[in-house]
Design a protein around this ligand. Structure first.
Ligand SMILES: NC(=O)c1ccc[n+]([C@@H]2O[C@H](COP(=O)([O-])OP(=O)(O)OC[C@H]3O[C@@H](n4cnc5c(N)ncnc54)[C@H](OP(=O)(O)O)[C@@H]3O)[C@@H](O)[C@H]2O)c1
Length: 322
């Protein structure tokens, strides 16, 4: 089978296509023939070595396809089932080995591309809006990178919970997209001061929560956008890591809360994984949640997909096709 491998950490040019033997599923594992592969920002961090995996490895954390074969052990899936998963390394390939415990069966009426586009970023938007800071009707949230993969899903789920959504994006085209997906107001944070704009849009009060995946370039002003006792949910670092931080600042700025969560912590049990995945896939299947696939590349062009994602050229989901 073809697989995209990392032998040394670095830029997109370090991704190499290799021929590997199709692996055999072990105890509690399934062999999945992938039909669609999700590209996520975490793939870029792992390729660069910002998040370390033992070299060499097959990149990719998300996919959807058909169970080809199951290993020994009890599980909810069998050969022929249509499935999707997120959070198991090795999906940039034609086949992947996935533990039964991470696989979710697809509901009727959802294709593999939509499922691979919805799983990782959809469950992320789900835990951010339902669990990390459970939004209540009438509250105001700020969503950075609102036209991105997580961004467009976060905007929709925040609206679904009855919140008013202010988004930030880098271009007019992305602003139109974020509005079309439900953002009430959109700020061009590349040409406008988003702190001043948020203060203006909230009558000086600030927002209850900032969902910040951009990190280094937004972190400090994100704190300044919060109402007293507001939450800064820092869940990514697309612009780079946030430098060391004095917690006394949280006191000085109004008794603020800061958290740095990851999807794994919010899908730690089978029950929690199924709650989030079934909500996301169910809403996607019924059309309640719009899934935008902004770009598709053949598996062999994974490096180009990375260039476009890290170069802020993409909107919504980026997929690879094996
Ligand atoms: N903690 C978790 O559980 C979790 C799970 C999933 C994703 N994430 C994080 O969420 C973020 C979004 O992931 P995604 O896969 O959906 O990507 P994405 O949002 O589709 O792409 C990243 C976006 O970040 C914005 N950005 C701002 N400054 C940037 C810079 N210097 N370089 C690159 N991009 C910049 C760009 O939007 P504009 O052009 O509009 O600025 C860009 O399109 C990532 O930081 C990722 O690590 C975290």
């Amino acid at each position: 089978m073809k697989a995209i491998r990392v032998h040394q950490f670095g830029g997109p040019e370090t991704l190499v296509t290799e021929d590997l033997a199709v692996p055999n599923p072990g105890n509690g594992e399934a062999l999945v023939r992938l039909e669609a592969i999700g590209v996520n920002f975490i793939d870029i961090y792992q390729r660069m070595g910002l998040y370390r995996s033992a070299l060499p490895f097959t990149l990719g954390n998300e996919g959807a396809g058909v169970v080809e074969e199951t290993g020994p052990g009890a599980g909810e899936v069998s050969a022929g089932d249509r499935v999707a998963y997120a959070g198991t390394l090795g999906s940039y390939a034609e086949y992947a080995i996935v533990p039964f415990s991470r696989l979710v069966k697809l509901p009727a009426g959802i294709d593999a591309g939509t499922a691979a586009a919805a799983m990782l970023q959809g469950m992320t938007a789900h835990y951010l809006t339902h669990s990390t800071y459970p939004l209540k009707p009438g509250e105001v949230c700020l969503v950075h990178a609102a036209a991105g993969g997580v961004g467009l899903l976060l905007v929709q789920m925040a609206r679904r919970r009855g919140a008013r959504v202010i988004g930030t994006v880098s271009t007019q085209g992305k602003a139109e997209l974020a509005r079309a997906f439900g953002a009430d107001e959109v700020i061009l944070y590349t040409s406008q001061d988003f702190e001043i704009e948020v203060r203006r849009l909230t009558g000086g009060k600030g927002v209850q929560v900032v969902y910040d995946s951009v990190g280094r370039t937004t972190f400090e002003k994100s704190l300044n956008c919060l109402a007293p006792r507001g939450y800064l949910v820092l869940y990514g670092q697309s612009s780079g890591p946030v430098p060391p931080f004095d917690p006394q600042i949280l006191n000085a700025k109004g008794g603020l809360f800061l958290t740095r969560p990851s999807l794994g912590q919010y899908t730690a049990t089978r029950e929690e994984l199924l709650w989030r995945a079934n909500d996301v896939l169910g809403w996607a299947a019924s059309g309640e949640l719009k899934i935008r696939i902004g770009a598709r590349f053949p598996l062999s062009e994974a490096a180009e997909a990375h260039r476009q994602l890290s170069g802020r050229k993409t909107t919504g989901k980026v997929l690879l096709t094996p």
